[in-house]
Design a protein around this ligand. Structure first.
Ligand code: PLP
Length: 390
């Protein structure tokens, strides 16, 4: 096809063609563990890498292949790998590319599960990590450093890290740069366009969009993908199932319009709430006063559907959350339904208090994932609950 296709069009069409045998328009769920390879010689050739073909769904599955092809296109990557969860994607990237003695420079705050992985399992394998920042990278660099790992926007304080600076530093120092792109989604940011080596997602969030799948995605170059697939998918077995791949293919078709609505409503809510007397500080990169606003304008198409604010104490956060009527108190994010949580008491509970405090993840912090409901209704709910605070 010769026409130039925009992101929204590619989100609908890429990676999916009518199925060859029946012409099924929606990509079928190939719910099978193995594939008949026909005869001894062909089976042997596929396993030896001399012929391509499906043999076993841990290694490759046609529904998952469609999903990976769509993600390659949406992330402007050479290759993509789907995983059974965001954590499976993150741990597979680290276990595939790092070895004992290596160090990660982490630009956080990070999702609590990632911080726990770095603090526990990777530490047991003598892979260390150090909290750093874009400004401190040069000071923190050591001969052991092998990877820079960043989230942007960060969970839960919506800090923005400069992708171009991270990529340049990584290239200059022969480090692998990894970005957790979950909060932005490929609609808002494509880290590889800025020179980042690996973009990964909890696909549980905006990529699914409907809160009914747990999954992960890695988008990267062919050479990193070969290593990650071989360790993460073949050896660790952190592969996604075909039904989950189907649900993500379905969710991705509406990613662009969902993100437009999430961003529009979050922006209205952030501007409406920023001066509320019960709110000490509100984090939203779309606000001019946000420290990362100018960088966000450069590397994000819009400012996202997540925001967080500090109500000053655990008591206020608890009261506020318990009085919400429309927002569901739940972890996760990026769903069509609006969700609210206290990160310090849930998603970030495994992170030591001193780290949380240094990162501004206080007991009074509340995180909102703005859904696609009517923004007036969401504002009413937030307003009534804030008004009840003593
Ligand atoms: C930013 C971020 N990265 C990674 C993860 C882990 O993803 P999953 O829950 O799909 O394993 C999460 C989960 O909330 C997250 O918020």
């Amino acid at each position: 096809m010769s026409i130039k296709k925009s992101f929204s069009t590619r989100a609908v069409h890429s990676g999916q063609k009518p199925e060859k045998i029946t012409g099924a328009h929606a990509t079928p769920i190939f719910q099978t563990s193995s594939f008949a390879y026909g005869n001894y010689e062909r089976g042997n050739k596929i396993f030896a890498g001399q012929e391509t073909g499906f043999v076993y769904s841990r290694i490759a599955n046609p529904t998952t292949l469609s999903l990976e092809a769509k993600m390659v296109d949406l992330e402007n990557a050479e290759a993509a790998i789907a995983f059974s969860s965001g954590m499976a994607a993150i741990s597979s990237v680290c276990l595939s590319l790092l070895k004992p003695g290596d160090q990660i420079l982490a630009l956080g705050p990070l999702y609590g599960g990632t911080e726990a992985l770095f603090l526990n399992l990777l530490a047991q394998l003598d892979i260390s990590y150090k909290e750093s920042s874009v400004e401190r990278l040069a000071d923190d660099l050591s001969p052991k450093t092998k990877m820079i790992y960043a989230e942007t926007p960060t969970n839960p304080t919506l800090k923005i890290h400069d992708l171009s600076k991270i990529a340049k530093f990584a290239k200059d120092n022969e480090l692998i740069s990894v970005v957790d792109n979950t909060f932005a989604s490929p609609y808002l940011t494509r880290p590889l366009d800025f020179g980042i080596d690996i973009s990964l997602h909890s696909a549980t969030k905006y990529i699914s969009g409907h809160g009914d799948v747990v999954a992960g995605i890695v988008a990267t170059t062919k050479s990193y993908a070969d290593k990650i697939r071989s360790a993460g998918v073949k050896q660790i077995g952190a592969n996604i199932g075909p039904f989950e791949s189907y649900l993500l293919l379905r969710g991705l078709k509406t990613l662009a319009i969902r993100m437009q609505r999430h961003c529009e409503s979050a922006n209205i809510i952030a501007h409406e709430l920023k001066n509320h007397k019960a709110i000490k500080v509100l984090h939203y990169p779309g606000l001019k006063e946000h420290a990362g606003h100018e960088i966000a304008k450069k590397q994000m198409l819009d400012f996202g559907g997540m925001l967080s604010f500090d109500l000053g104490s655990k008591k206020s956060a608890q009261e506020f959350l318990d009085n919400l009527e429309l927002f569901t108190q739940a972890v996760s994010l990026g769903d069509v339904d609006s969700l609210a949580t206290s990160p310090a008491s849930t998603t970030h509970l495994a992170v030591p208090l001193d780290i949380l405090e240094a990162q501004g993840v206080s007991p009074g912090l509340v995180r909102l994932s703005i859904g696609i409901e009517s923004v007036e209704d969401l504002l009413d709910d937030l307003g009534q609950s804030l008004a009840k605070l003593g």
